[in-house]
Design a protein. Structure first.
Lengths: 432, 418
C-alpha cells in the first residue's frame, strides 16, 4: 500500500486547527430535534457530538458518531454533506453559513484514530454465528454491530484487504487507505474472524455458509465496470481498476498525456481527477446526457472543475481508435444532434457503472431483479436467514449508493439478524 | 458634542471613565499611557505599607469562545515604596492637570497611622482619596480591606479619622462580600465620606484544574480565595449601586464599578445613579485604548438622545428599581414568534417544554415534514425564556391588555380582608 502522503497533490480536506474546531463547535446551536440529524442517513446525534467536542470530551464525541455510523471517519470525507447534514443546518440563511459538521466529524474521528482509543467493546457472547459476505462499508457496519450484539462474526472478503470501495475505489486525496483500513481494523478488533481472498461461490460454497452459520448477510457490493460494447473496447481501462492501481501503487504506467473518461458519476470524477494528478495534461469527461443529468455530486463536479478537468456533454462513445496496439483517439457520436467527431487521446477510461455480482447472488439462491437483490424493509432477502445490504441492493431511484447509506443498511441488517437470533428487539443501545 | 464632564463630590474629570485602583494604575508610566488614550481619571493602586506578592496571581473564566468573562486575582496592594508612588503621582498630575488622580489608601484601623498616611500623600497634588475597604484577599487577613468593609461601625470610624486629616474629597470603596451593602454604605456616610465607590471584587475560587486537581491560579500547588470581577459581575454591581442610590440614609454620590467594558455598561451604571464609573478588567483584557470607543460611544448616544450633558443621565432609571411587592400583577406579555425569521432550531420549544410552561407547539404543515413553532398565547406566562434562547431574535414579547387596572401585591394585600 502506498502511504497516503505519497500520491501527487494535496488532500482535498484541510484539517481544522484547534482554534477552528473550538470556534466551530461553539457556534453550533445545539438544536433540539436537529435537522442535521434527521438529514443524516445514519442519524448521528450531531448536536450531541459537537457539544462533546466543545466540552473537551472528544472520545465521547467519537462514540456518538461511531455508534450511529461505524464508517464515520470515511463518511466525514466522502459524504455529500451539502445535501445531507450541512445542507439541513439551520444556519443555511442569507447571513450565516452552516456548521462545518463534516470537518468536525473528521476531527473527532482523527483524534481517536491518532490516540488509538478503543471506543466500543464486543457484547456478551450469544453463541450464534453470522457470516458476512463482503468486507466493504455495508459488511463492516453489519459486522461491527453484530459483534456489539455478541454474535460471532466471520467476514468473507474476496480481496486481500477489507474496506471495499473505501480502500480501493475512492481516490487517495479524498479518502486515504489508512483511514479506510483503520475503520476496518476497529471492526476486526471487536473479535471478527476475517477470511480474505474468499470469494463466495468460488472459494467458499454458499451452501456451507447457509449450513454452518445461523444467519448470512450478503454485502458483496458490485463488480467491474461493464463493457462499452463498441469497437476497440478491449483497449478501454476499467475506472475502478485504474483508481485501485493508482491508489495502491501511486502510479499508472501508460496513462499518457490525453485521457478520455466516459461517464459522469462520482467514480468518473475520481478517475478524471486521479488521471490529472498523475500528470495527464488533457483530461476530458464525455457524457451522453447533459450537465443537469450528471449523477456526480455537485461538490465532486466542482472539485473536478477546480482540478482543471474538461467536460463534454451530449456525446456517446462510438469507437476506440487504436494504432499499433496503442490508443490514438476516441470517436464520439453527438446525442443532441447529428454526426460524430474524434477526440485524440492516449487512454480511454470507462466509468459507466458496475456489473452485478450474479454468481454470488445466485449461489446464495436469493431472488433479484436484474441483479439487484430483492429485500424488504428489514433487509431480509427471499431466503430465510439471509439478509442483504450495500451496493448489492442499490437500485436507482430506490436507494442511494452512498457509503453512509451502506453503513445504515449494514446496521439495519445486523439489527434484523439480531432480532431473528434473539427473537426480541435489542435493548440497551441508546442513541439519544 | 455632548458634555462628558463629570463631577464626583467635587472631583472633576473630563469624562466619567476612570481607571479603578488595580494593576493598570500601578505606576506613573501606566497612568500616563492611560491619560494619553483619554481616561478621565485614575484611582492609583492602593498605597500603604508595601507588601510582598506571590506568583501566579490572576485567572480568567472563559465561557465557550469568550475569554475572561470573569477574572479573579490574588494580587495585593502596591509593592512599591510610598515615595516612589508619590513622585510618579506628581509627575502624572503635572503632565495631565485636567485629569482626576485619586489616591487609594489602606492602613490598619488606628487614627495615627491613617493621619500620617493621608498627610504624606497630600504632600503631592491629588484630587481625592479612596479608602480601600474592599480588597477581599490577603489584606483582609491582616485586618484591613474587606475586613473593615464588613463592619459598618469600623467603616464609619476610619472614615472619620481620614476626614479629620484630608483636604480633598474622600471616597469609601465598599466590598460586595456582605449581606446588604446599604449598611456599610450608611457607615461611610455617617463617617462623613463624600462619596462611595462599589463594588470591589467578590470572594471567589476560580476553578480546579481537572488534570492536576490543583486550584486555578495556584501558588506552588495551593491557592486562597481571590477577588472576582469582569463582565460576569456587572449584574451584581448594578444591584448594589441601585440599592445605595435609592437609600436615603446613604445619600452621597456613587462611583460605579464592576464589569464595565463598554460605554453601554457605563450608561447603565449612570442611569441607576452612579456619577461615574471605574474600569479595570476590560483594560487588563484589551489595554487602555478601549476608552476611545467608550468616550465616542457615550457621546454619540447622548447626541442621539438629545442630551446635552452626561450629568443629565445620572439616576434617570434609579426609581425603576423597586421591591417585588410594588410590581404590577396585572401587567401581561406573551411571546410571539415571527415565522418569517424563525430558523427552526427548536431551542425555544425545548426550553419552554422542559423548563417553562409547555406553551410552544410544533404545528406541522400537512405531511411534508415542515412545521411552525407557535406560541399558545392563552397559557404563555410571558417569562421571556424563549426570547432569551432564540439565536436569531425572532421572538417578541407583546403586551396584552388584561383589561385590569395596575395592582401590586402590596395593594392587593391592603384590599384583602384581614
Amino acid at each position: 500500500m502506498t502511504p497516503a502522503g505519497s500520491f501527487p497533490g494535496k488532500p482535498i480536506h484541510k484539517e481544522l486547527s484547534k482554534l477552528e474546531v473550538s470556534i466551530e463547535a461553539n457556534r453550533c446551536l445545539y438544536c433540539y430535534d436537529a435537522p442535521c440529524t434527521r438529514a443524516c442517513p445514519t442519524h448521528i446525534d450531531i448536536p450531541r457530538f459537537i457539544a462533546q467536542i466543545a466540552d473537551a470530551n472528544v472520545k465521547g464525541s467519537a462514540r456518538t458518531i461511531l455508534d450511529a455510523n461505524p464508517l464515520g471517519a470515511s463518511c466525514a470525507r466522502v459524504c455529500p454533506v451539502d445535501e445531507l447534514c450541512e445542507g439541513a443546518c439551520v444556519y443555511n440563511t442569507e447571513s450565516d453559513t452552516p456548521i462545518r459538521i463534516g470537518d468536525l466529524q473528521r476531527y473527532s474521528t482523527y483524534v481517536v484514530r491518532e490516540a488509538g482509543t478503543r471506543v466500543f467493546e464486543a457484547g456478551a457472547p450469544t453463541g450464534k454465528r453470522v457470516a458476512v459476505v463482503g468486507g466493504g462499508p455495508a459488511g463492516l457496519a453489519a459486522a461491527r454491530d453484530l459483534r456489539r450484539y455478541g454474535h460471532a462474526v466471520t467476514i468473507f472478503e474476496a480481496r486481500e484487504q477489507l474496506g471495499g470501495l473505501n480502500t480501493f475505489g475512492i481516490v487517495p486525496f479524498r479518502l486515504s487507505t489508512d483511514v479506510a483500513l483503520w475503520e476496518a481494523q476497529q471492526v476486526i478488533e471487536l473479535g471478527c474472524e476475517v477470511r480474505t481472498g474468499a470469494r463466495v461461490g468460488d472459494d467458499v460454497s454458499a451452501a456451507s455458509l447457509v449450513a454452518e452459520y445461523d444467519a448470512v448477510i450478503l454485502a458483496c457490493g458490485m463488480g467491474e465496470v461493464p463493457q462499452l460494447r463498441i469497437p476497440g473496447q478491449e483497449h478501454v481501462w476499467d475506472a475502478l481498476a485504474f483508481i485501485e492501481r493508482a491508489k495502491t501503487t501511486g502510479e499508472a504506467p501508460g496513462l499518457g498525456n490525453r485521457v478520455a473518461v466516459i461517464g459522469a458519476g462520482n467514480t468518473a470524477i475520481d478517475a478524471l481527477t486521479c488521471a490529472k494528478r498523475l500528470g495527464a495534461e488533457n483530461v476530458t469527461m464525455y457524457y451522453r446526457r447533459g450537465e443537469a443529468e450528471m449523477p456526480a455530486y455537485e461538490f465532486e463536479y466542482d472539485f473536478a472543475k477546480e482540478e482543471g478537468i474538461e467536460f463534454r456533454f451530449h456525446c456517446a462513445p462510438k469507437r476506440v481508435i487504436a494504432e499499433g496496439g496503442g490508443v490514438v483517439g476516441l470517436e464520439l457520436a453527438r446525442t443532441d444532434g447529428e454526426g460524430s467527431f474524434v477526440a485524440p487521446c492516449d487512454t480511454v477510461i470507462s466509468a459507466i457503472g458496475q456489473n452485478r455480482l450474479l454468481d454470488a447472488i445466485d449461489a446464495l439462491g436469493v431472488a433479484h431483479d436484474n441483479g439487484v437483490v430483492r429485500v424488504d424493509e428489514s433487509l431480509r432477502t427471499t431466503r430465510e436467514g439471509v439478509f442483504a445490504a450495500g451496493d448489492c441492493i442499490f437500485a436507482k431511484g430506490v436507494r442511494e449508493a452512498m457509503v453512509v447509506e451502506a453503513a445504515e443498511q449494514g446496521k439495519t441488517a445486523a439489527r434484523s439478524v439480531h432480532e431473528l437470533l434473539s427473537h426480541e428487539v435489542p435493548h440497551g443501545r441508546s442513541r439519544q | 458634542m455632548a458634555d462628558l464632564g463629570s463631577n464626583l463630590a467635587g472631583i472633576r474629570s473630563p469624562n466619567p471613565f476612570w481607571l479603578a485602583s488595580a494593576p493598570p494604575t500601578n505606576s506613573g508610566y501606566q497612568v500616563q499611557r492611560a491619560f494619553e488614550q483619554g481616561w478621565g481619571g485614575a484611582v492609583w493602586k492602593t498605597l500603604g505599607t508595601p507588601i510582598v506578592n506571590v506568583t501566579s496571581r490572576f485567572a480568567g473564566l472563559n465561557y465557550r469562545e469568550h475569554r475572561m468573562v470573569g477574572m479573579n486575582n490574588i494580587e495585593l496592594i502596591t509593592d512599591r515604596p510610598l515615595d516612589e508612588n508619590l513622585k510618579e503621582i506628581a509627575e502624572c498630575k503635572k503632565a495631565f492637570p485636567d485629569r482626576a488622580i485619586v489616591a487609594s489608601l489602606m492602613e490598619v484601623c488606628e487614627r495615627k497611622p491613617w493621619h500620617e498616611l493621608v498627610k504624606r500623600v497630600q504632600e503631592v497634588e491629588i484630587d481625592g482619596f479612596e479608602l480601600n475597604f474592599g480588597c477581599p484577599h490577603g489584606m483582609s487577613e491582616r485586618g484591613m480591606g474587606a475586613a473593615v468593609g464588613q463592619h459598618p461601625d469600623l467603616i464609619e470610624r476610619v472614615t472619620t479619622y481620614v476626614k479629620e486629616a484630608a483636604r480633598v474629597p474622600v471616597i469609601v470603596k465598599l466590598t460586595p462580600n456582605v449581606t446588604d451593602v446599604r449598611f456599610p454604605a450608611r457607615g461611610a456616610a455617617r463617617g462623613g465620606a463624600d462619596a462611595i465607590s462599589l463594588i470591589n471584587t467578590i470572594n471567589s475560587v476560580m476553578g480546579i484544574d481537572l488534570e492536576s486537581w490543583k486550584p486555578i491560579p495556584h501558588v506552588d500547588g495551593k491557592s486562597s480565595h481571590g477577588g472576582y470581577c469582569g463582565p460576569a459581575v456587572k449584574p451584581i454591581a448594578l444591584n448594589m449601586v441601585s440599592d445605595c442610590a435609592r437609600d436615603p440614609e446613604v445619600g452621597i454620590p456613587i462611583s460605579g464599578i464592576g464589569g464595565v467594558e463598554t460605554w453601554r455598561d457605563a450608561a447603565e451604571f449612570l442611569l441607576l445613579g452612579a456619577t461615574n464609573v471605574q474600569v479595570c478588567t476590560a483594560v487588563m483584557h484589551s489595554g487602555f485604548r478601549i476608552v476611545r470607543e467608550m468616550i465616542e460611544g457615550l457621546n454619540d448616544y447622548l447626541d442621539a438622545k438629545g442630551i446635552a450633558s452626561v450629568r443629565d443621565l445620572v439616576g434617570k432609571s434609579r426609581d425603576t428599581i423597586t421591591t417585588w411587592e410594588n410590581l404590577n400583577l396585572n401587567y401581561k406579555i406573551v411571546a410571539e414568534i415571527d415565522q418569517s425569521r424563525c430558523i427552526h432550531c427548536n431551542k425555544c420549544y425545548i426550553a419552554c417544554e422542559d423548563a417553562a410552561h409547555q406553551c410552544i407547539d410544533r404545528v406541522a404543515h400537512g405531511n411534508n415534514g415542515t412545521y411552525d413553532l407557535v406560541v399558545d398565547a392563552d397559557h404563555c406566562v410571558g417569562c421571556n425564556l424563549c426570547m432569551m434562547v432564540c439565536p436569531v431574535d425572532c421572538i417578541d414579547m407583546l403586551r396584552v391588555d388584561a383589561g385590569l387596572p395596575s395592582q401590586s401585591w402590596k395593594e392587593r394585600n391592603a384590599l384583602a380582608p384581614s
